[in-house]
Design a protein around this ligand. Structure first.
Ligand code: FRU
Length: 439
């Protein structure tokens, strides 16, 4: 099957969240929410890709798909861990109580229920969707514990003697919450605690919790956190946290930041890479599907793998060393014409700016600002601009340009701002110091 470089894309039709991201038996496995029939969201499958280096991805088709009464309408997001040499995949299993007669791939008025399930694979390549699935947490009946419809996206990890699971949920679709379960064997789970928080939007999706340099970091995707009348008011947040394992007590220290200030990025998931770094991958939402010549129409892709770091009490999302290595070849700027994949490194002073094929970046009031309005076609209702918080007088940029996605790492990953674009031109203007191509 075909290969993708740097950004895993839908192998045709629809992709959303990364799932089951893991380094297992010498390979990176990345699964993803996949609707194989059309470039729109629908009955969810887990697509599967593998990589040796987080840069070159080989597509392996569909790993998980509906087979059971409890997952008949979708194998929703989840995560992976290795236990006794085997690969354990945890996911949310969706069953519609009423289907939409005009589109059986969606539920009528959100009438569905969700349980949590798992499937075990002996080698990470074979998945028996009939024999090896198991329901582990039934639909939640007690609304004080969780929501029977919107409780999903199990993130599972091991710490000491126990396995832990974080689940995204809601209280009456008014307030997001994260639920914590614990287990001795990864199969029998017990509910322990939860955190409800205004900062979790109306429904919290895809929670993730892990330690970096001794400090807990929380990632989550609140739905309807900030509404401004534009399409898709859902963004991924990050914050330093305290987690008391004994009682599964979570506390966020400060006002969370955004994982990415372009706000196209959603549903990030992390795991440990070969060298023990904490790596994050997330879905880049695309408002419209694309059909390149000779390819299936596709919608959605993953961002570059980013290393999550904590330094001086701040969270960083840094360029992964494998990506850095891939872009090892520096070329004179004039040689760039027509390339669709390149990297720019430079710094900007207050008032200075760049124009990358119509995509504009500039520093104003100590923030980095971006404007994609000239390279977004005639799509309306979408956010066309973005800006970082204040930068403290320093703006060093490491920019990755790939035909439909620009990712801007600011000050060593202190902030990242990424935008999906359509139709970049050739123009390159501004104080460009270093230009690199990949390969
Ligand atoms: C996030 C999400 C998850 C869910 C999945 C369904 O984008 O809504 O909460 O599991 O996508 O595709």
């Amino acid at each position: 099957m075909k290969e993708d470089v740097l950004h895993l894309r839908a192998p045709g039709n629809w992709i959303n969240d990364p799932n089951g991201f893991i380094y297992y038996r010498g390979k990176y496995h990345l699964f993803y929410q996949y609707f194989p029939y059309a470039p729109v969201w629908g009955t969810m499958h887990w697509g599967h890709a593998v990589s040796e280096d987080l840069v070159h991805w080989r597509h392996l088709g569909v790993a998980l798909f509906p087979t059971k009464a409890y997952d008949q309408n979708g194998v929703f997001s989840g995560s992976a861990l290795e236990k006794d040499g085997r690969l354990y995949l945890y996911y949310s299993a969706v069953r519609y109580l009423e289907t939409d007669g005009e589109n059986i791939h969606t539920a009528y008025q959100d009438r569905y229920e969700t349980s949590q399930a798992m499937v075990v694979s002996g080698d990470g390549f074979h998945f028996d969707n009939w024999k090896d699935k198991k329901k582990i947490i039934p639909v939640i009946a007690d609304k004080e514990v969780g929501d029977r419809t919107h409780t999903r996206d199990p993130k599972v990890w091991k710490e000491g003697e126990y396995y832990y699971m974080a689940l995204g949920s809601t209280y009456e679709e008014r307030e997001g919450r994260v639920l914590f379960y614990r287990s001795k064997d990864g199969e029998e789970w017990e509910y322990v605690n939860q955190l409800r928080d205004k900062r979790f939007g109306k429904i919290l999706e895809c929670p993730d919790l892990f330690r970096v340099n001794g400090t807990y970091v929380f990632l989550g995707s609140p739905m309807y956190a900030k509404e401004d009348g534009l399409q898709y008011p859902h963004h991924a947040i990050c914050g330093l946290a305290k987690f008391d394992e004994e009682v599964c007590g979570l506390h966020l220290h400060e006002e969370p930041g955004l994982v990415d200030y372009g706000r196209d990025l959603y549903a990030p998931q992390t795991n440990i890479d070969r060298e023990g770094r904490r790596v994050m991958i997330a879905w880049m939402r695309m408002p419209k599907a694309l059909a390149r010549e000779g390819e299936l129409v596709w919608n959605g892709m993953m961002c570059l793998p980013r290393v999550v770091d904590v330094a001086d009490g701040q969270i960083y999302f840094r360029v992964h060393p494998e990506v850095d290595r891939y872009f090892g070849k520096e070329i004179p700027k004039e040689r760039l014409r027509g390339d669709v994949l390149f990297r720019l490194r430079t710094s900007l002073k207050e008032g200075e700016g760049l124009d990358i094929g119509g995509y504009r970046l500039w520093v104003e009031d100590d923030s980095l600002n971006a404007d994609r309005s000239k390279v977004f076609g005639s799509l309306s209702g979408y956010r066309l601009t973005g800006s970082t918080p204040k930068l403290g007088g320093r703006c060093e940029l490491d920019i990755f340009v790939d035909g439909n996605l620009i990712e801007v790492f600011v000050n060593g990953g202190r902030y990242v701002l990424s935008h999906v674009v359509y139709g970049l031109g050739d123009k390159l203007e501004g104080p460009l110091e270093h230009v690199y191509v990949g390969g």
